[in-house]
Design a protein around this ligand. Structure first.
Ligand SMILES: Cc1cc2nc3c(=O)[nH]c(=O)nc-3n(C[C@H](O)[C@H](O)[C@H](O)COP(=O)(O)OP(=O)(O)OC[C@H]3O[C@@H](n4cnc5c(N)ncnc54)[C@H](O)[C@@H]3O)c2cc1C
Length: 364
């Protein structure tokens, strides 16, 4: 059989294109080298708790178009992300807001006092004159917030001291001078009831889906009209120009026989000594009432080839190499690259879907 579309990758990008193609009456084969659909948004149901296997995923968007689109495949539960920070046992609210400031400083209760306190701690650094990440962060939030909530966390993420990291890694550090713990500024937010896997399953309804199959397994063996490729762009070209670099994470998941481990979905550990950066307690994403719980510790790790490529490295060397692959990609006929790996970029879920809808609008 000849398919109109071969889609490599059953993540959100591939699933969106698949759905749009099916709507137009096209035939679609979706393959994925993993043993499940959903890509990094995959959730696994363990005795009623949907575990976010590749890290906490909270859907948020300000786009009416994307929100209407995802609501066609799932009902969202109104979850609001309000993570906490733990610094050597001291608990702070995130994002940095009046609740954080009042806890941090005994003599601060008003927005003006908080602003004055931060301004008094910038040590003469400005975002423009900062020579490294440490100076940039201090210029934006002052020394106390930097020392307790940014330094250790960032050093664990990058495995390098903040005074050795370039300032551009942080663009800005949002400060909110109201008592508002909602992490995202988005118009809409939530978690799909029943998990992301169910949502992606609904998106893929009508497509042929084959799992545990990589593109190299079917290359030259499947007959198709157009190819949508959401794997790594350097991988598609056999790494002929060199390998793009990523940052990666390791997840350690445990089931605990207690009904509530930490009282919140996400707690960030911001000191340098605790080896993980956060603990996720999955049941809280869906207000679970089970007598047990499942928690995941997230450890940033050095990337080496073969590990999960989670985040692209935002530096000139990798951007230049990506542009060279992009030039090769532009010369391919009837092959379209997309998604986070095909575009070597970090995209939130809403942006991933929006990008896929844009591509579908152009090629279908
Ligand atoms: C730790 C973490 C937390 C995140 N949290 C959030 C959040 O809270 N909110 C939010 O909006 N976004 C979040 N995101 C972003 C979100 O994960 C992405 O927007 C989304 O997963 C991108 O979908 P995709 O289809 O581009 O890629 P993927 O989900 O990676 O899908 C690509 C698929 O292609 C498959 N594949 C690759 N190469 C091949 C090949 N050669 N052959 C066959 N199959 C192949 C892969 O196995 C994968 O399943 C987070 C990302 C990470 C890493």
């Amino acid at each position: 059989m000849k398919y109109d579309y071969l889609i490599v990758g059953a993540g959100l990008f591939g699933a969106t294109i698949a759905h749009e193609a099916l709507k137009k009456g096209k035939t679609v084969l979706v393959i994925d080298e993993r043993g499940h659909i959903g890509g990094n948004v995959y959730t696994e149901n363990v005795d009623g708790i949907n575990v976010h296997v590749y890290g906490a995923h909270i859907f948020h968007t300000s786009s009416d178009k994307v929100w209407d689109y995802v609501n066609g495949f799932a009902t969202f539960n109104g979850f609001i992300n309000s993570p906490k920070a733990d610094y050597h046992g001291e608990r702070y609210d995130l994002p940095f807001n009046m609740n954080t400031f009042v806890k941090m400083w005994n003599d601060v209760t008003t927005p003006d006092q908080a602003k004055a306190k931060i301004a008094s701690q910038t040590m003469g650094y400005t975002p423009e004159n900062a020579k490294n990440l440490e100076e940039k962060a201090i210029s934006l939030v002052g020394t106390d917030i930097y020392e307790k909530l940014i330094k250790g966390y960032t050093e664990k993420q990058w495995d390098r001291s903040c005074d050795k990291l370039p300032p551009f890694i942080i663009e800005r550090l949002p400060l909110r001078f109201t008592f508002d713990n909602n992490y995202f500024n988005a118009k809409y937010q939530g978690i799909p009831v029943g998990g992301y896997t169910k949502m992606v399953e609904n998106m893929l309804c009508g497509a042929d889906v084959q799992l545990n199959i990589s593109y190299n397994d079917v290359r030259g063996k499947v007959d198709f009209g157009k190819l949508i490729y959401t794997g790594t762009i350097d991988g598609y070209f056999g790494y002929s120009l060199g390998k793009l670099e990523y940052r990666t994470l390791r997840f350690e998941t445990a089931r605990l026989e207690t009904n509530d481990f930490q009282g919140n979905a996400v707690v960030n550990y911001t000191d340098r000594e605790t080896p993980f950066t956060r603990i996720i307690e999955h049941k809280h994403f869906e207000f679970g009432k089970q007598p047990f719980t499942i928690v995941t510790r997230e450890y940033p790790e050095e990337y080496s080839f073969g590990k999960q490529p989670y985040y692209p490295v935002n530096d000139k060397k990798n951007a230049d190499l990506y542009m060279k692959y992009r030039a090769l990609a532009d010369r391919e006929r009837d092959v379209f690259f997309g998604g986070r790996l095909g575009s070597y970029g970090y995209f939130d879920m809403d942006k991933t879907i929006e990008n896929a809808l844009d591509l579908a609008g152009k090629i279908l």
